[in-house]
Design a protein around this ligand. Sequence first.
Ligand code: CS2
Ligand code: MG
Length: 400
Amino acid sequence: MKITNAQVFVCSPGRNFVTLKIETDAGIYGIGDATVNGRELSVASYLTDHLVPALIGRDASAIEDIWQYFYRGAYWRRGPIGMAAIAAIDVALWDIKAKAANMPLYQLLGGASRARMLSYSHAAGETIEETADKVIALTERGFKAVRVQSAIPGMPVTYGVDKAGVAPQAHERPRETLWDTSRYLRHVPKLLGHVRDMVGEDLHLLHDAHHRLTPQEAARLAKSVEPFDLFWLEDLVPAENQEAFRLIRQHSTTPLAVGEVFNSIHDCRTLLEEGLIDYIRTTPVHAGGITHVRRIADLAGLHHVRLGSHGAADMSPITMGAALHLDRWVPNFGIQEYAFHPPEAQEVFAHEWRLEDGYLLSGETPGHGVDFDEKLAARYPYQRAYLDVARLSDGTLWNW
Ligand code: CS2
Ligand code: MG
């Protein structure tokens, strides 16, 4: 089966997405997600200008060889842009192979290890009380796990909490937000303690520190929230320095999750091999597709680490589809994040996967079960948008 065409679409149904469609001489096509929030056009160009010309004419069934060709053959390996481009090709080819085999994609990976996947979504409020109410509202929708974030008194804007519920899309240049670690470290134990008191013992509670702390501050926070029995604390520290997690591990048994910004197995090898984390957050679109996340998941499994893939709304429903087929197969599954996509995106990316009583179901149609409506997508043209930037009160540029 030969690849006859590959097209890149950049559209903005509620937010920007980059989609790759690969067509073959068998009349079967596959789609992949290439979205990197805030750098969409870079990935689109990496595909259109550099990878697609060398993709046309190749054997669509040779997924591994194509992955190796574009990874090793690039010379400039790794990095979020190149790995997202390779990921889009990889997921589209897995979609094609599963359609050609007339099987849902998880069957090609080794079949189902579970029927449904535990999921979590986001509760965030301006106050601790409002946040608790939103947590309870998600439990009433069936969620067994909820990520808990709230505004921090004295900080005008806090990550994950915006009046509209979603960070406003900054189009001219990034919105600059203020960060104050001391206020944050004092507030979060109160927030999580209050919510735990309100919801009881059974509900899984998660929290995302979004890369804001130093290892010492992270160890302090992880220790301070131990009484609240969290499912995980996420992204406590920027993880370029993987060894820094040894300090956190020595001071606390609170489960740790890292990895949504990782794009290769090398970004997490020490974390996994030394058991410094409990969940790895890599996801098909950012970490080289199904081919590479499968390798990361297998290494993680050797070291008692479970897969807890990133599932924010700024990755298209294609990535959710691919992730759920991985989740369905992977023996060391932990949890799947699901932050609801904008309604326009739900229309452009028709999908079989669905949420039911707090669990996600992958669907059984051949492929990953997600489609892409090119005509409808054309109604939502790309609009440059930036992620926020954070600064400390003295103006120091900080991690967002
Ligand atoms: C967050 C993301 O869902 C999460 O865990 O870290 O929403 C993250 O802020 C965005 O994906 C950044 O584009
Ligand atoms: Mg996160």
